[in-house]
Write a protein that binds this ligand. Structure first.
Ligand SMILES: [Zn+2]
Length: 228
């Protein structure tokens, strides 16, 4: 979702960066088909560049077969370096940070240290996912972080045979979460039938502008940028 949002903003002509701070999954380099590692000098770390985005990911520094034993202090240090030592373009319009779900060390550090950051909550329609997102929303309230709104991901699926829509998850979690936090539900992004394919770049729904998911993501970028 974070990569798709960043790409959607770039499609609308904004300069966007993506900071991948989710230690529990290293999908961002793969989704953007980035090889190699960022170069560091005494000035700082050069972000990678792919598909019009500046990119920094924990995945660049960790082998994805390596068991993850990173704990709080190390994670917090990594986030601090991503914010302060990476040579982000000074003319970036948006820096999208992909954070792990819930209220762990990384989201808490971001909420406490980046006063001007605002939160876009992503949830599945089902209740257990919505509860995790709700905890992150409540943390944002406590740290006085602005919540922009809610995006419901995997909202529904359309049958490739007959075109009928169906709901793999029963609950209307995105709507419930938005109501609970009194913020707008900004998008409902459906699943696409071939999303499971492991092809590099296959997950970039936003680039399939003729799909329901692609147009939902582009509309989301319109909502996010209106008034800016
Ligand atoms: Zn069907």
């Amino acid at each position: 979702m974070a990569v798709n949002v960043a790409r959607a903003l770039a499609t609308r002509g904004y300069r966007a960066g993506i900071m991948h701070a989710d230690i529990y999954g290293f999908t961002v380099p793969k989704l953007l088909a980035i090889q190699g590692r960022p170069e560091a000098s005494e000035n700082g770390i050069e972000p990678m560049e792919s598909q019009g985005l500046q990119v920094m990911s924990m995945g660049f520094f960790v082998d994805d077969t390596m068991p993850l034993i990173w704990r709080g202090p190390l994670l917090i240090k990594a986030v601090d370096q991503f914010v302060n030592k990476v040579l982000w373009d000074t003319d970036l319009d948006y820096l999208i940070m992909d954070l792990p779900a819930g209220t762990g060390d990384v989201p808490l550090t971001v909420a406490q240290t980046l006063a001007r950051a605002s939160l876009l909550l992503v949830t599945l329609p089902e209740l257990s996912s919505m509860k995790v997102a709700s905890r992150a929303g409540n943390m944002a309230r406590q740290t006085e972080t602005e919540i922009i709104g809610v995006v419901e991901n995997m909202s529904y699926m359309t049958c490739p045979e007959c075109g009928e829509s169906f709901h793999p998850f029963v609950r209307d979690g995105g709507q419930l979460l938005a109501e609970q936090l009194e913020v707008p539900l900004l998008a409902r992004v459906p699943m696409e039938a071939d999303l499971g394919s492991d092809r590099e770049g296959a997950g970039l729904l936003v680039d399939r502008s003729d799909s329901a998911a692609g147009s939902a993501l582009l509309e989301l970028a319109v909502s996010l940028t209106s008034g800016s």
